[in-house]
Design a protein around this ligand. Structure first.
Ligand SMILES: NC(=O)c1ccc[n+]([C@@H]2O[C@H](COP(=O)([O-])OP(=O)(O)OC[C@H]3O[C@@H](n4cnc5c(N)ncnc54)[C@H](OP(=O)(O)O)[C@@H]3O)[C@@H](O)[C@H]2O)c1
Length: 235
């Protein structure tokens, strides 16, 4: 088994979403590397999480590195940087991604109107990622609808995760990863379908304001079989 096997890099893991995800994965016993543009910033975030991992006697490990070194050392690379820096970051780490799974969490928000769906001309952030990294990388997208504030907390997560990608095996690995981090996760189909979850985030941001909270999504009916009782015919 290679040294990278089972290691998860979270690029931009110093920020809102990535920090929460890295923390939950390390606490669940996974080997995590936080990536950053600055190795020192990543090391500081990893030290904070590492202290909690130690305190709770988790078997997980966490360290920090610059984004490229983090991607090189992992078999699964999670991208958690703002949409505006998605392309640049992927270009920088592209050589380290070949043959691996890239989990892109990017929601293509265009400030200031983040409560409005504004999908990019390419169709989705997922499509942009696949175009940049090429066919040698299994791109999977997930976590679009999870509130970072909740992810960073110790609260039980009620928000489900939809996972998209053209490789069923890669999707399955990410479903398992999300479950390890404490969420229910579901296969959402091909990478083309990612646009739906990316768009939904603007709806949730709007609802957060409207209803003052951290809204999320919950999938119902999965695994209950396809047969429903037909309504009784009226005489
Ligand atoms: N926040 C949420 O609730 C949420 C929910 C679902 C999905 N998402 C998605 O997750 C991604 C990250 O969101 P976030 O709220 O966690 O973002 P964030 O905290 O603003 O930024 C995350 C990290 O990205 C890096 N970064 C910032 N500007 C950059 C730049 N110009 N170039 C390269 N790296 C840069 C920074 O890391 P370093 O300074 O250490 O390099 C930062 O800590 C976004 O694509 C977002 O759409 C977020």
């Amino acid at each position: 088994m290679s040294e990278q096997q089972g290691v998860i890099a979270v690029l931009g893991g110093t920020g809102n979403l990535g920090y929460g995800l890295a923390r939950r994965l390390a606490l669940a016993g996974r080997n995590v590397i936080i990536g950053s543009r600055t190795a020192e910033k990543a090391e500081a975030a990893a030290a904070e999480i590492g202290a909690v991992v130690k305190e709770r006697n988790s078997k997980g490990s966490i360290r920090g590195a610059d984004n490229l070194a983090a991607a090189q050392a992992a078999s699964i690379v999670v991208l958690t940087v703002p949409f505006a820096s998605q392309a640049d970051t992927l270009q920088q780490v592209k050589p380290a991604l070949q043959g691996k799974i890239l989990v892109d969490t990017t929601v293509p928000l265009v400030p200031p109107k983040v409560m409005r769906v504004q999908l990019p001309a390419q169709g989705s952030a997922a499509k942009i990622a696949q175009d940049i990294v090429g066919e040698g990388v299994k791109v999977v997208t997930a976590f679009h609808n999870v509130a970072a504030d909740l992810l960073r907390s110790d609260e039980e997560l009620e928000c489900d995760v939809l996972v998209f990608g053209d490789s069923k095996d890669a999707r399955s690995e990410v479903v398992t990863l999300a479950e390890a981090a404490g969420m229910r996760a579901f296969h959402g189909g091909s990478l083309d379908n990612s646009a739906a979850a990316e768009a939904l985030t603007s709806v949730l941001i709007f609802m957060n304001k409207q209803y003052s909270g951290h809204t999320g999504i919950r999938i119902t009916g999965a695994g209950q079989g396809g047969n429903v009782a037909a309504p009784a015919k009226s005489a």
